[in-house]
Each structure stands twice: as structure tokens, then as C-alpha cells.
Design a protein around this ligand. Structure first.
Ligand code: NAP
Length: 266
């Protein structure tokens, strides 16, 4: 049987890009999808574009920077569905500025949304998973969760933090049949660079070349779904350079350090 069949699956960041891609691909399976992000009208668009396929859809507006709202929405979802089976954490924002030009407000915002928002949803969905003796936390981190590069200090920090947190959770709850899959994409063609924050908090509003030439969401998602259904712990997906960077850093850190300096810093 398909791993996702009959499952209750909560997807954050479902209004755009990778999260929307998960909705599109999972909508062909008989499962319950709960779509979350801040923009209700975009969630409604995603729902209506995929309606008619096999999945059932529910929408819950959620701001990952608002812990009060996370508490209310999580309680509502857990009560309505007697817990969820799988959470796919896609909600997030990126950064495009140097350390020296990035305000502390922006550094905090990146960590608040990408890290604290994600682990808050996790903490609230986990107890019922433990009680049900089944659960799967799927987290879209990034190769930037393993390596870091110029203009992404706070983004990289937030993604590295996710690895630390979820590696601990995986070990703690192995015996409870809780899986953690960390999905680490390289450059994917989405709006991430348009929405990325400059150091002053403004959106970059520009499509980066790397993103424009990156892997498409429809190429990415089947690889992710296969890894999730095998309950893999961590995978790297993307172009040769980004994935090679992970191994270069691991085995030849000095060569990596010299190579990464050559990436654009302005
Ligand atoms: N694209 C890439 O190259 C790439 C590579 C590696 C990892 N990733 C990761 O993949 C994830 C999805 O990014 P994407 O590429 O699909 O970018 P995207 O198209 O910009 O989508 C970002 C999603 O996050 C949601 N979001 C942003 N801020 C939020 C907040 N405060 N509360 C709740 N939801 C929020 C957005 O929805 P609303 O605006 O409606 O809230 C949107 O659905 C991110 O975590 C990103 O770091 C992307």
C-alpha cells in the first residue's frame, strides 16, 4: 500500500513552491491534507487547483512567527483529526545580505520563522504521534543546513539548528515509531529568492540565477516522497555543485572553505 494512503498530513508553506508541490503530488492519493501558511487566498487557490483528485483538503491559516496562533491552530487540528500522522514542514524564508549589513531584527525573524515556528508545530503534534505509536516529521531544511555560504548567515543558522533539534528528536522517539526525515534541497526553482529578506527587512524581489536555473519542484517532489515513504533520515537533492559541497565540507573542509569564498558576497 502507498505509504501516504489514508494518512492525515499537515503541510506548512502549502501556498507556494515546494509546499504547494507536495500538495499537488499528494492530492492524487486518498489521504487527508491540511494546508497551512499565512495567505488564505493562496491556500484556497492551491486547494481549488487540486480539488477533484483523490485527497481531501482542509485549510488552516498559520503564521509560523506567531506562537499564540500555532497553539490555537495545532490544538484545533489535533482535536479535529485525533492527531496527524505526518507533518511536512515547508514554511520558511531566506536571506540575501552580508552579516555586516543584516539587522538583528532580520536575524531574529529568520530563526523565529524557520526554526522556532517549525519546532513549535513539531512539539504540539508529537505527543499524539507518540500516543498513536506512529508519526513522521518531515522537514525541508536545505543543503544550507549542512554547509553555509555568503549572504545566508541567519538562514544557514536557522537550518543548521533544525538538524540539531531533529537529530535529537529522532533518537529520543525511535522506540515510539516516530520517524524524522530531513530533506536538504539545493537550488529549486521557486519564489524563495523573491521572498528572501535583505538586511533591512525588505524582500529581495529578485529571482536569482541559481534559483531560475535550479531543479523544478515537480522533479524534486517525487524524490522527496520516495525518501519519506522509505522513512529515510536525511537526503541531499539538487545540482552537482550543491550536493558535492556537502561532501567536500565533510571530507575536505579546507578546500570547501576556499571554494565557498568565491561565491558572490555582494
Ligand atoms: N527553493 C529553494 O531553492 C530551496 C532550497 C532549499 C530549501 N528550501 C526551503 O524550502 C521551504 C519552502 O521554500 P520555497 O522554495 O517553496 O519558497 P516559497 O515559494 O517562497 O514558499 C515559502 C512558503 O513558506 C510560507 N511562509 C513564509 N513565511 C511564513 C510564515 N511566517 N508563516 C507561515 N508560513 C510562511 C509561504 O507562505 P505564506 O507567504 O502564504 O505565509 C510559502 O508557502 C523553505 O523552508 C526553504 O527554506 C528552498
Amino acid at each position: 500500500m502507498n505509504y501516504f494512503q489514508g494518512k492525515k498530513i499537515w503541510i506548512t508553506g502549502a501556498s507556494s513552491g515546494i509546499g504547494e508541490g507536495f500538495v499537488r503530488h499528494l492530492s492524487t492519493i486518498d489521504c487527508q491534507l491540511i494546508l497551512s501558511s499565512r495567505r488564505k487566498e493562496e491556500l484556497e487557490r492551491v486547494k481549488s487547483e487540486n480539488q477533484g483528485a483523490k485527497a481531501s483538503f482542509d485549510i488552516e491559516v498559520l503564521d509560523l512567527a506567531d506562537s499564540g496562533q500555532i497553539e490555537i491552530v495545532s490544538n484545533k487540528v489535533i482535536e479535529k483529526y485525533n492527531g496527524v500522522d505526518i507533518v511536512i514542514h515547508c514554511g520558511g524564508i531566506s536571506q540575501r545580505d552580508r552579516v555586516v549589513d543584516t539587522s538583528m531584527d532580520v536575524q531574529r525573524r529568520l530563526v523565529e520563522v524557520n526554526y522556532f515556528g517549525t519546532i513549535d508545530v513539531t512539539k504540539r503534534t508529537l505527543p499524539k504521534m507518540v500516543e498513536n505509536k506512529f508519526g513522521h516529521q518531515v522537514v525541508v531544511t536545505s543543503v544550507t543546513g549542512i554547509i553555509s555560504s555568503p549572504l545566508r548567515s541567519g538562514y544557514a543558522a536557522s537550518k543548521h539548528a533544525l538538524h540539531g533539534y531533529f537529530d535529537a528528536l529522532r533518537a529520543e522517539h525511535h522506540a515510539d515509531n516516530i520517524a524524522v526525515t530531513l530533506l536538504c534541497p539545493g537550488y529549486i526553482k521557486t519564489n524563495i529568492s523573491l521572498n528572501a529578506l535583505k538586511g533591512n527587512g525588505q524582500k529581495q524581489n529578485k529571482m536569482d540565477n541559481a534559483q531560475a536555473n535550479g531543479m523544478t519542484v515537480d522533479e524534486l517532489i517525487p524524490i522527496c516522497l520516495k525518501a519519506v515513504s522509505k522513512r529515510k533520515e536525511e537526503i541531499y537533492i539538487g545540482g552537482f555543485k550543491e550536493v558535492a559541497g556537502v561532501y567536500l565540507k565533510r571530507f575536505f573542509p579546507k578546500i570547501f572553505s576556499r571554494a565557498v569564498r568565491k561565491l558572490a558576497v555582494t
